[in-house]
Design a binder for this molecule. Sequence first.
Ligand code: UDP
Length: 492
Amino acid sequence: MARPREPQTTHLRNNSDMDQETFPPHVLIFPLPLQGPVNSMFKLAELLCLSGLHVTFLVTDHIHTRLLKYSNIQSRFDGYPGFHLETISDGLLENHPRSGAQLMEMFDSLKTKTKILLKDLLTSGKLNSDSRRPVTCIISDGSMGYTCDVANDVGLPIIYVRTISACCLWVFFCLPKLIESGELPFAGNDLDTPIKSIPGMEGFFRRRDLPMFCRSGSLSDPNLNLYLPEITENSRAHGLILNTFDDLEGPILAQIRAFCPNLYTIGPLHSHLKFKLVGQSSSSPPSSNSLWKEDMSCITWLDSQPPKSVLYVSFGSLAVMTKDQYMEFWHGLVNSGSRFLWVIRPDSVTSVPTEIPLELSKGTEERGYLVGWAPQEEVLAHRAVGGFLTHSGWNSTLESVIEGVPMICWPYFLDQQVNSRFVGEVWKLGLDMKDTCDRVIVEKTVRELMEDRKDEFRKSADEMAKFAKQCLMEGGSSYCNLERLIKDIKAM
Ligand code: UDP
């Protein structure tokens, strides 16, 4: 693994009287404390370390405990003397679920309690030492606007990062316009009404494809109010980093640039890192930033399956299913006749049925494999995987795109309703099955993706994967934007 040498000054200096200015710039990265953002921000941290910058990575105590238990961050970052892991409280009790319906409580607590702690941390001197400068720049999630207030208070430049898709960010930017035009709020169940006031999405975007909270029918919905100020919020920072690439979201990025001209599109981040680590190939074993224990036995199971025969099924780290939805999926998967590898996260079903019908256990034994958490990047890169039934989380979507794996989308919340529409209607990388998981529809959709239309979807997925890889190569858009980001951080 090609690790860059630490600049020599770092090793020579252990005297606090020496000129701190000669040390590399020191970036504080503060991700949203959730699996997806933590995962992609670790990739960014490693990319910055590879370019010789010093990085302090700030995680909540809750995330820290789980990372130490289940990921390989400690051994991995031992190779980077400029990397430092720091913790902060999210202000919640340890047994708080921090998912599903209670996610908003975490946002509130971060804003009220963690904000003060962040300012204390930055002014305490705790983050600098004899071998590192004080923090010179903050990179934090743009959905935590209070980090910008703190940065302004302590006089530090801040760059925002968003780990959602650009297409969803653009929908957030247009929320005030949707309200002005009377398209929001809407009442009733007609979800197929076209949405007209989102520039660039006319003609294919429906009420159904708006983020889930738009269906509440009320302007006082707390989620709506959280995302309403996005346009002003995102333009406060020095720049905006997006985990996407120009060939995927070009037209939407052009719209966002009108409000945030300094965009750094440097994704897909997980592959960007792999490319930097092993040159021009994405085949190195992925690093793990998992908050659950990865069950590696599924790779052995995949090894014994025919090429492109397996549907990988996973709904990410936050989505929760009812017992009925779980049973509908299970029947649909078994009835489809396809082989499947299904991730059932321990807390992902509200109540697990105690009695399993015989046809399900028999069908699963013959063609299926169930795990609690999978090494997803490795799974999607496996030759046996031919499709992905996903909740359309942005990390999962990008991980599927770069491996050329067609998708069936069953979005849960936030950006997922938007992403799934783009997967099905704009990028033609699969089928959008939002709002239903009736067993008959699951069976039909799986057959369509894995059998009837497999050639058509594989062709478009292969083409998009090629574009994704090209943008990471020297001279490609994401490659150049990362270079520019590093140059800008060094100039700060
Ligand atoms: N993931 C994983 N193993 C699993 C399921 C998910 O490693 O069994 C990872 C996946 O690779 C992705 C992240 O968890 O990087 C989920 O992020 P995403 O944005 O897709 O969805 P979220 O969990 O935020 O809803």
